[in-house]
Ligand binder design. Sequence first.
Ligand code: PMP
Length: 405
Amino acid sequence: ARAFDVHSVRSDFPALHQQVNGRPLIWLDNAATTHKPKAVIDATSSFYSRDNSNIHRAAHALAARSTDLFENARESVRKFLGASSAKEIVFVRGTTEAINLVAQSYGRKNIGAGDEILITHMEHHANIVPWQLLAEQTGATIRVAPINDRGELILDQFATLLNGRTKLVAITHVSNALGTVNPVEQVIALAHAFGVPVLVDGAQSTPHMPVNVQALDADFYTLSGHKIFGPTGIGVLYGKSSLLSGMPPWQGGGHMIKDVTFAKTVYNEPPEKFEAGTPDIAGVVGLGAAVEYLMSIGMPAIAAYEHALLEYATESLATIPGIRPIGTAANKASVLSFVIPGIPNVDIARHLDKHGIAVRAGHHCAQPAQRKFGVEGSVRPSLAFYNTRDEVDTLVDVLKRLPRN
Ligand code: PMP
């Protein structure tokens, strides 16, 4: 890994070097999506310029190249997540599709009337609604583990919600609304003591910290390409081989079969069993470049840099008159949600935009988490490893000069 230098890193990201409303862009909307390094843009462009083919290795030269690029990316993702086999890496559209796949395949087979699915109060809608759909279809019940006033999971209450009826735990590793880092290793150990498998939503962890699915002993783990500096529309479902191989297909079509007759179809093995149809091949190639790029910098170095930047930003934001942080967990990553009572969130975001600063204002697809704090939404600056202290200083400066009535 190369020594971490934020200025050298920034030079890898073309989109960061532009003016917005006459000011240098300050991108603090990383929890929504991240910008792409040249390595990702080049890999995608080179795929379409040279290699473009459907993936069926044996047919011809370009097919062989495309297939190799596709499978090399799967191996890169395996390394990035610390999975034991590339067969445990399923390409999907993103975290949303990964969770829906588990709900409709694993869930429909293993979860029935009276069974319980345990989630937490801080989940993204993508880790709530698919379970509600499953519950409607099967008669299962959703239980919600509470969080405290800082936005932390109350672990002993989580533990008391586990019982003989619990069939699955689904929990986010990092909250996109509050920034809370959940103790997923402990959560998984508690669930496993009841024989309950755990799905971890890794959409907001994978951009900011090293993840090793084997060390965590996660049963399912998800990521979204666009949040880890890769393309949109591509993501990953990691699943333990023992679970994937017992799961029925979710979507049917080409590529996921071994043999089809009108009487009976024999399915392919995982991961192909879950990859029906022509995949987003260029997206996979771009995602492979993104994780290789991140590994070349080193996730531990990224985590250390961001942790210091988050502490600096948290202290700086606290100096703004009237500000109320939403989510003050002891262990946080990236996210600095806040409200300033008396000033609408969108007014704050629009004012920041006039100064070239991009943040999100809204409910962040986590309405129950917001409402727990008595708000319908917040302003959400969110950091990535290409952000600087100077950018945080500008954010705080502009917020200090907000027009107030
Ligand atoms: N979970 C979390 C914690 C998220 O932050 C997001 C994206 N905002 C998602 C799930 C959904 O990811 P995607 O939209 O990429 O499918």
